[in-house]
Write a protein that binds this ligand. Structure first.
Ligand SMILES: [Zn+2]
Length: 463
């Protein structure tokens, strides 16, 4: 007889009736083999769903149980998963009572994921002495969540509505919280988590202001909360801050540790008065964000140019922002609809970007303007565009002369750039960067499948 420690089955069916006995046999075989990891995903597209056989309750050696898309009805009084450490239920039809039994009768449980269970009103976690992480993603159905878990450190809540009553007072060691697409009172919840060190707030459109102070908080991420108007954080031990936003918050202040590193991502859409707006954005990013952040590890700008930009210039920007560029570790630029910038304005765009900051690394991305609508023509077009911009910027760097800026105290990047190189590119469908000594010379010899999606230039600026 074969033995195996892991059994994984993933299939999508229209009609489950014809294959039920076959699926039951697989479960029996897995249980008879005393598998430790059982991952069973049966997505039924028709009316009926696959119901797991009672045999599954005898899988007493299983340490990881992942079930997705099926029904689970209890047939025995006791659940004997004594070794179960990880339980993940996704779109499983299961009664509240069985879930609560699972939790209270699996004393080794460390990781619990409940996702899109449906018809679920109440999650009650108790008698889970070893539980370390919990994820509850319930699509606005839940009325209450009560967790009593003395070892719990990490909790993720997604799609929880305001009326849901959340009680995590029984989790004295909770230190990491992720909230995604929730409309709950966030400040009220986090004020009851005294050891909170890591907080992620993502896609929470209901939250408009975030004013928080904490001596323990070390990592804060506010991502894609598109109605956020104000962020005021006083956290002297904060080591890492990430922000991804579409509109500039009216009020922004982060008081973190002196070693706090920041990752900032701005989604900039220029649909009216693009010329004025792009300079306003650059100015705000430079003065309000880079000006208050200690160390900016990553500044990412995704610029969608909907109307032609033809009148902006470095002189105009210089008047608005008469200060030296800020230092940034990594600047990532992703321009959509580059065709709305006439070729004669490419230099002005680069001048303005390098008036905002001096990056050590500049990454030019083109992946999102075309992908994921993939066709060979599209890839080829992207490849040609990317090469064109890259070549343009490369030539500007190589052929820089410093006869400009004579009458100005603060000069443009050309006067401060000591050295640069094209370091690597990232090919489509291959996340590994390809390092090159001289991309321009090596490009003609590259295999055609290596469509570029991102290329990286390394700079050395000295003030
Ligand atoms: Zn100059």
């Amino acid at each position: 007889m074969y033995t195996f420690s892991k059994f994984r089955l993933s299939m999508s069916l229209f009609d489950v009736e014809g294959v039920t006995s076959f699926l039951d046999k697989w479960i029996e075989l897995a249980v008879a083999n005393e598998v430790q990891e059982l991952d069973f995903n049966v997505e039924a597209n028709g009316v009926s769903r696959y119901s797991l056989p009672a045999t599954i309750f005898s899988a007493k050696f299983v340490t990881t149980l992942k079930l997705s898309g099926c029904n689970l009805e209890q047939s025995s009084d006791t659940i004997r998963f004594h070794s179960l450490k990880k339980l993940a239920l996704h779109r499983v039809h299961i009664g509240e009572q069985i879930v609560h039994k699972f939790i209270s009768e699996c004393p080794s449980l460390e990781d619990l994921i409940l996702s899109r269970i449906g018809d679920f009103k109440r999650v009650c976690v108790s008698h889970a002495p070893k539980l370390k992480t919990v994820t509850i993603d319930e699509y606005f159905e839940l009325e209450s969540i009560e967790i009593v878990a003395p070892s719990l450190q990490q909790c993720t809540l997604a799609y929880i509505r305001k009326s849901c009553v959340i009680d995590m007072a029984g989790c004295p060691h909770l230190n990491s919280l992720k909230l995604r697409s929730v409309d709950i009172e966030i400040l009220d919840l986090i004020s009851k988590i005294p050891l909170l060190e890591k907080l992620i707030i993502q896609n929470c459109d209901e939250i408009t202001e975030f004013e928080f102070s904490s001596n323990r908080l070390k990592d804060l991420q506010i991502l894609r909360c598109y109605n956020m108007d104000g962020i005021v954080v006083d956290a002297p031990n904060l080591l890492s801050f990430s922000l991804e936003c579409r509109d500039v918050p009216y009020c922004f202040s982060i008081n973190g540790s002196s070693q706090c590193s920041c990752k900032l991502k701005f989604l900039i859409k220029l649909d009216t008065e693009g010329d004025i707006l792009i300079l306003t954005w650059f100015n705000i990013i430079k003065e309000e964000f880079l000006g208050v952040a200690h160390q900016v590890k990553e500044l990412s700008m995704s610029i969608n140019i909907m109307t032609p930009l033809d009148s902006f210039s470095l002189d105009e920007f210089r008047n608005r922002s008469p200060s030296l560029p800020r230092e940034v570790e990594n600047l990532i630029i992703d321009v959509w609809n580059m065709r709305n910038i006439p070729t004669s304005k490419y230099a002005a765009l680069l001048d303005c970007l390098l008036w905002v900051c001096f990056p050590r690394i500049l990454s030019i991305e083109l992946k999102r303007s075309c992908f994921p609508l993939i066709s060979i023509e599209c890839l080829e077009l992207t490849r040609r565009k990317h090469l064109f911009y890259l070549q343009f910027f490369y030539e500007m760097m190589i052929n820089r002369d410093t006869k400009c800026c004579n009458s100005h105290i603060i000069k443009c990047w050309r006067h401060y750039l000591k050295d640069f190189k094209i370091d690597c590119f990232i090919p489509y469908k291959d996340p590994k960067p390809h390092h090159v000594d001289n991309l321009m010379a090596e490009l003609p010899g590259l295999p055609r499948r290596n469509y570029l999606i991102s290329s990286r230039l390394v700079f050395l600026f000295t003030y």
